[in-house]
Design a protein around this ligand. Structure first.
Ligand code: SF4
Length: 250
């Protein structure tokens, strides 16, 4: 009986996954601010040249669940005294693009007002993540900059590049919110603008674009594919099959 149920479960999942894959967004053709803090520039170069890699249905389910958590938290914050804008006056997500659209960022929200006793200053970037128990606990324990440097980089870039459209936003700490997907606990951290980090990430993006234009492949992050980051990298096979001086064309 259990075996039949497992077969049915697999079949049902196949139907759901087929639907999800049919509505997935086209691959993106820019460097996203949310990814620039990733440790390997070569992986980012592949992402830029070939899109985000092969996205499977499970990843799409994870993204969709993340959006639902975010919508819930937006509702909770708006109903607890925060003026939180998630769209601009044209009904579009806040964001920026530079380098002829080759570097872009999309922002979860802008805090425009908050309960006075919290002592927040605004306008401020709001960034929201849903994390599993282990990841959430580590973020609470060590803080965003150490536990999640990729998020710290994302926020620093948002603060830097949104200043021209929302003056003053880089002078106010961003609010980072994370929900524990297992326990529903919430964590909030104020993130002051880290100009040096933003500059480093911006320089990194420019270097990746320059290498792509020149047809150069950037160095690998490690000397062998057993390195822990390489083991999880979706470009692993391509990367270690390609010779260092390969020429790549868009
Ligand atoms: S396999 Fe390793 S070196 Fe290659 S792109 Fe991925 S992380 Fe970078």
């Amino acid at each position: 009986m259990l075996e039949i149920n497992q077969q049915k479960s697999t079949l049902i999942n196949a139907h759901i996954d087929k639907y999800l894959m049919s509505i997935r967004q086209p691959k993106r053709s820019y460097l996203g601010a949310s990814r620039l803090g990733a440790e390997c520039s070569r992986a980012l170069q592949y992402e830029f040249l070939e899109g985000c890699g092969e996205i499977n249905a499970r990843t799409l389910r994870i993204f969709a669940i993340g959006h639902l958590f975010e919508a819930l938290i937006i509702d909770w914050m708006k109903n607890s005294g925060f003026e939180l804008a998630t769209e601009d006056e044209r009904g579009k997500q806040f964001g920026f693009e530079v380098a002829e659209g080759k570097i872009k960022g999309h922002i979860d929200g802008i805090i425009k007002d908050a309960p006075k006793k919290l002592g927040l200053s605004y306008p401020a970037i709001w960034e929201c993540k849903s994390l599993n128990n282990k990841s959430w606990n580590d973020t609470v324990k060590r803080g965003v900059a150490i536990s999640k440097p990729i998020y710290a980089a994302q926020i620093a870039l948002y603060q830097a590049y949104m200043e021209s459209s929302i003056p003053g936003i880089s002078q106010n700490p961003a609010l980072f919110t994370a929900i524990n997907k297992d326990t529903a606990e919430l964590y909030h951290e104020l993130i002051p603008f880290d100009m040096e980090r933003a500059q480093r990430m911006s320089d990194k993006a420019v270097n990746i674009l320059r290498a792509c234009d020149a047809g150069e492949l950037l160095p690998r992050i490690a000397a062998n594919p057993q390195y822990h980051i390489c083991k999880l990298c979706s470009w692993r096979n391509k990367c270690w099959e390609e010779s260092y001086d390969s020429t790549m064309q868009r």
